[in-house]
Design a protein around this ligand. Structure first.
Ligand code: ATR
Length: 271
């Protein structure tokens, strides 16, 4: 790749982003299409200053990650209906200083799952009721799934369930819930809770598909437990990949080179 005076800049903002896998995927995609652009990781505490920097320096697009997905919304010129309903922006596009925000996390959840199973009419149990759950529940209900939300704090499950027309319960009542697809959106499995599963292993038998949005260099405990129980599994890298592919298309209006991005992601994840 040749970097010159017309190279365009893209990046991710969040904290921490030092181990982000997004630069590997997006740079591979730019290279595939011969687009003169680079994608970097910007660790910042200030979404406001990052938005200003994007306008001032002409940064063409930003991925937004934890903890700025909600706060960035105050500093954009436009937010689409999808991001508004989810209540979070994970993608910003800069058109001549006008910043617009959207959300592709829900596409990540839906497409990662759709790669292994039909969604419409299926009973899906979503673990968690935080920001990641909101994006997943938005996408899955739109795709016609019957969603049940199970969360440690049952009041939060109730709030989210009412908003999207789902059923809900506490995480500890999982054995009484119906469903044959299970999706973990809680942070259980992430550092410092790695090697822990959000559900007792015996609960996994009745699920045909188990998806985790937690990812790392190794499989999560939930995914290895589910494999042992004969479930089809979808690791967190799949959601990451699909949301990134949708970001790339939003920025460039070209088809995301999916296999190229997948290879770059898997190489970076095991590095
Ligand atoms: P994110 O934006 O990644 O979804 P979040 O909004 O902080 O992060 O949500 C974290 C989710 O993980 C919540 O559903 C949280 O449950 P509570 O609402 O009860 O806090 C869940 N979570 C975090 N730690 C957990 C644990 N040790 N056991 C069970 N659930 C946990």
């Amino acid at each position: 790749m040749r970097i010159d005076a017309s190279t365009e800049l893209f990046g991710i903002i969040g904290r921490p982003v030092g181990h982000s896998l997004s630069p590997a995927m997006h740079n591979a995609a730019f290279e595939h299409w011969g687009i003169n652009a680079v994608y970097l990781a910007f660790e910042t505490d200030s979404p406001a200053k990052a938005a200003d920097a994007a306008r001032t320096l002409g940064i063409k697009g930003l991925s937004v990650t934890v903890p700025h997905k909600e706060t960035i919304m105050d500093f954009l010129d436009e937010i689409d209906e999808t991001a508004r309903q989810i209540g979070a922006v994970n993608t910003v596009k800069n058109l001549e200083g006008h910043l617009s925000g959207t959300n592709t996390d829900w596409i990540g959840a839906v497409e990662a799952l759709r790669a292994v199973t039909e969604i419409k009419g299926r009973r899906i149990v979503v673990l968690g009721a935080g920001g990641s759950a909101r994006a997943a529940v938005y996408g899955l209900t739109r795709a016609g799934a019957l969603v049940h939300i199970a969360n440690r704090t049952v009041e939060k499950a109730g709030q989210l369930a009412r908003e999207f027309g789902c059923s809900f319960s506490g995480l500890d009542e999982l054995s009484q819930t119906e469903g044959d697809i299970l999706i973990n959106t809680t942070s259980v499995g992430m550092t410092p809770l790695q090697n822990i599963s959000p559900v007792p292993e015996k609960e996994l038998d009745r699920f045909s598909v188990v998806m985790d949005i937690v990812y790392g260099s190794k499989k999560t405990r939930l995914i290895t437990d589910a494999e042992r129980h004969g479930c089809r599994t979808v690791p967190g890298t799949q959601m990451l990949l699909h949301q990134a592919a949708a970001q790339f298309e939003y920025w460039t209006e070209r088809q995301a080179p999916f296999e190229v991005m997948k290879k770059a992601l898997l190489e970076a994840a095991t590095r």
